[in-house]
Design a protein around this ligand. Structure first.
Ligand code: G
Ligand code: G
Ligand code: MN
Ligand code: NA
Length: 257
């Protein structure tokens, strides 16, 4: 209750900001897009990472509205960046409630109309556990979203409870390999096996695969050799504010870190 009030106030006072983490082709290291990640400029506690508030926020009544703001803000930003990079794609994390709310397709359509962004420039990130309920409705919803052209990515792939058969039934366009599998991928045969299995699934189902949490050249090199299409992680770029993103990743000068 008190937290909900604090959230409302934060939202009205524009204390939330989106940071952007770049995504790259594993093969060429060219920029392909970014994932939008929320931050909270808290008046007393400073800059908060979502790890400290996103789970509670997602349970609160204002989650759908904040979720829509995130989608709209990230999409407007991407529309501007597409003028410099025509294939630029923006990844947006969804709250589970946005998924169950019933109006997600209308919300996405409205955002695309208002920002002039083509559907294929947007990738909605969902965790596979969202798909455990309401099967027929969920399938219809995902198909409707795909009709708008937007991509659907499974976030933190490999850590949830969903069965492999959902890949057969649902129109998922991309798998994001969870960073816990990437951490030791170049040294631990079990992590290597999991990553190879996910890459194999991606190839077999015609889904693009991106690895998260790539922090070392050794990890990147392994992923590139194994046919992983894209990478995201501290090695090539941390999440940064939009101005810094432009300077570092869109101005043509390639810097690391
Ligand atoms: O940026 P960081 O790694 O601290 O994010 C922590 C968690 O918060 C991640 O699981 C990420 O998916 C989630 N998260 C970050 N930004 C958003 C957002 O804008 N919307 C939603 N729904 N989740 C987010
Ligand atoms: O759950 P999701 O994957 O949406 O969240 C992405 C989170 O991962 C963000 O909070 C981001 O800050 C974090 N992250 C991004 N790249 C790296 C990385 O290379 N290493 C680690 N440890 N975390 C990362
Ligand atoms: Mn994500
Ligand atoms: Na993730």
């Amino acid at each position: 209750r008190a937290f909900e009030q604090e959230l409302r106030q934060a939202f009205e006072r524009k204390e939330f900001e989106l940071f952007y983490q770049p995504q790259f082709s594993a093969e060429t290291r060219e920029l392909t897009g970014a994932e939008a990640l929320i931050r909270w400029h808290h008046p007393h506690r400073g800059l908060l990472s979502p790890a400290s508030f996103i789970d509670v926020l997602s349970q609160k009544p204002s989650a759908p509205e904040i979720g829509e703001w995130i989608l709209h803000t990230a999409s407007s930003q991407a529309a501007r960046w597409r003028k410099q990079r025509k294939d630029f794609r923006i990844g947006v994390n969804l709250f589970a409630v946005q998924f169950r709310h019933g109006n997600l397709v209308q919300v996405v359509r409205k955002v695309l109309d208002e920002t002039g962004l083509p559907g294929e420039a947007v990738e909605l990130e969902i965790v596979e556990n969202i798909l455990l309920h309401d099967e027929p409705d969920t399938l219809r919803l995902l198909n409707d979203l795909r009709t708008l052209g937007v991509g659907l990515a499974f976030d933190d792939y490999g850590t949830g409870f969903a069965s492999l058969s959902i890949l057969k039934r649902y129109p998922v366009s991309r798998l994001k390999i969870d960073r816990t599998f990437i951490r030791d991928v170049d040294t631990n045969p079990e992590d290597e096996a999991v990553v190879r299995a996910i890459l194999y699934l991606g190839r077999s189902f015609g889904m693009n695969v991106i690895a998260e949490g790539v922090e070392t050249e050794a990890q990147l090199s392994f992923l590139q050799k194994s046919g992983c299409q894209e990478v995201q992680g501290y090695l090539l770029g941390r999440p940064v504010p939009s101005a810094e993103f432009e300077e570092r990743f869109l101005s043509g000068i390639t810097k690391k870190g």
